[in-house]
Design a protein around this ligand. Structure first.
Ligand SMILES: Nc1ncnc2c1ncn2[C@@H]1O[C@H](COP(=O)(O)OP(=O)(O)OP(=O)(O)O)[C@@H](O)[C@H]1O
Ligand SMILES: [Mg+2]
Length: 338
């Protein structure tokens, strides 16, 4: 029974949500729905309004306009404590004078959960994140990765309908970040808790999300599954942000796309991923290799064509002639919004 409840709980819907700080429009009219049980990511560069939007969903920031519903209930005017949400912060935000156990128990104490029940739930949450053995440790005596696990347990323990994450992994080193992100994903799948995750890291967003929304200047510019966003960006902004496309304009674009069924349209530019450029003796474009960066399995070359510099990525075992004809194995016309 409880399973069917958890599968239908945690629907989040935002309508025309906005936030101004004086003259700054931090969030500028966001409308979206998050499916119950899904992993939804807000992705965008620094300052685009991700945290502000997440904090409004949490009830930590009051919207200047719009409404927020969770499971059909209008929560726009509710305080953070009265919403079925729990948040994990980049800074962990643990109580430094408390032990692991006390930190995790805090939310249950505030909710006046009886002590026996509290003990069991704290134990369970710490088990889930692999931290039960450090129950009595003061949180200041933990590594960053351990602190983040405690922060996660502290959010899990209140059994929220919606988990909110604001760049929770960005203080961890690369290896730990990748490990923790897949553990987080497994945990989320197992629990089926709706999760809204904020990051500026496109790799992380693509690896972890069911659906992601790319933000720019307080707005959502495109929303979809990671594959769809990566392969079918609508704008030059999204194409560059996900996968660092070459954005090619004018006559050079026309030369690349000479045999393409797609015709250049006013206001559109050609997007070609570095992985989709190839040396080709029949290629319509000649470039001059100006640099090569070794990345391990792959290498990335900078190739000057006319007065543009294109990036090309191939297995690092391949050698490129200084003067190389190029073709694009895949390309896409996108709106020029840069
Ligand atoms: N309390 C505040 N007072 C004034 N301006 C604010 C406040 N909080 C955020 N802003 C501004 O709102 C805009 C969006 O900020 P926000 O923190 O939401 O961005 P972000 O996408 O989370 O960026 P980052 O990736 O750097 O964390 C920025 O221009 C920021 O300076
Ligand atoms: Mg932020």
């Amino acid at each position: 029974m409880s399973e069917s409840v958890s599968q239908t709980a945690g629907a989040v819907s935002l309508h025309a949500v906005a936030k101004r700080f004086g003259d700054v429009r931090a969030v500028n009219g966001v409308t979206l729905s998050v499916e119950p049980g899904s992993f939804f990511t807000l992705l965008g560069p620094s300052g685009c309004g991700k945290s502000t939007l997440l904090r409004m969903i949490a009830g930590l920031e009051e919207p200047s306009g719009g409404t927020i519903h969770i499971d059909g209930e209008d929560v726009t005017g509710l305080s953070a404590q009265r919403r079925p949400t729990a948040m994990v912060f980049q800074s962990y935000a643990l109580f430094p004078t408390m032990t692991v156990e006390e930190n995790v128990a805090y939310g249950l104490r505030v909710r006046r959960v009886p002590s026996a029940d509290r003990k069991r739930r704290v134990q369970e949450a710490l088990d889930r994140v692999g931290m039960a053995h450090l129950l009595d440790r003061n949180v200041t005596a933990l590594s960053g990765g351990q602190q983040q696990r405690v922060a996660l347990a502290r959010a899990l323990v209140v059994e929220p309908a919606v988990m909110l994450f604001d760049e929770p992994l960005s203080n961890l080193d690369v290896a730990l970040r990748e490990q923790t992100r897949s553990e987080l994903r497994d945990l989320q799948r197992g629990l089926g808790t709706t999760s809204i995750y904020v990051t500026h890291d496109q790799q992380e967003a693509m690896a972890i999300s069911d659906v992601m929304a790319v933000m720019r200047d307080g707005k959502i510019v495109q929303l979809g599954a990671p594959d769809a966003l990566y392969h079918e960006p609508e704008t030059a902004y999204v194409a560059s942000f996900l996968g660092g496309s070459n954005i090619i304009q004018g006559s050079l674009a026309a030369r690349f796309a000479a045999d393409s069924a797609d015709k250049s349209v006013a206001g559109r530019v050609l997007s070609v991923r570095p992985d989709d450029l190839r040396p080709d003796p029949e290629g319509a474009v000649t470039g001059r290799v100006i640099s090569r960066q070794f990345l391990g399995h792959q290498a990335e070359w900078e190739v000057a064509v006319d007065d543009e510099i294109l990036r090309l990525r191939m297995p690092s075992t391949i050698t490129l002639e200084t003067e190389t004809r190029l073709s694009a194995t895949r390309m896409r016309w996108v709106l020029n919004d840069l």
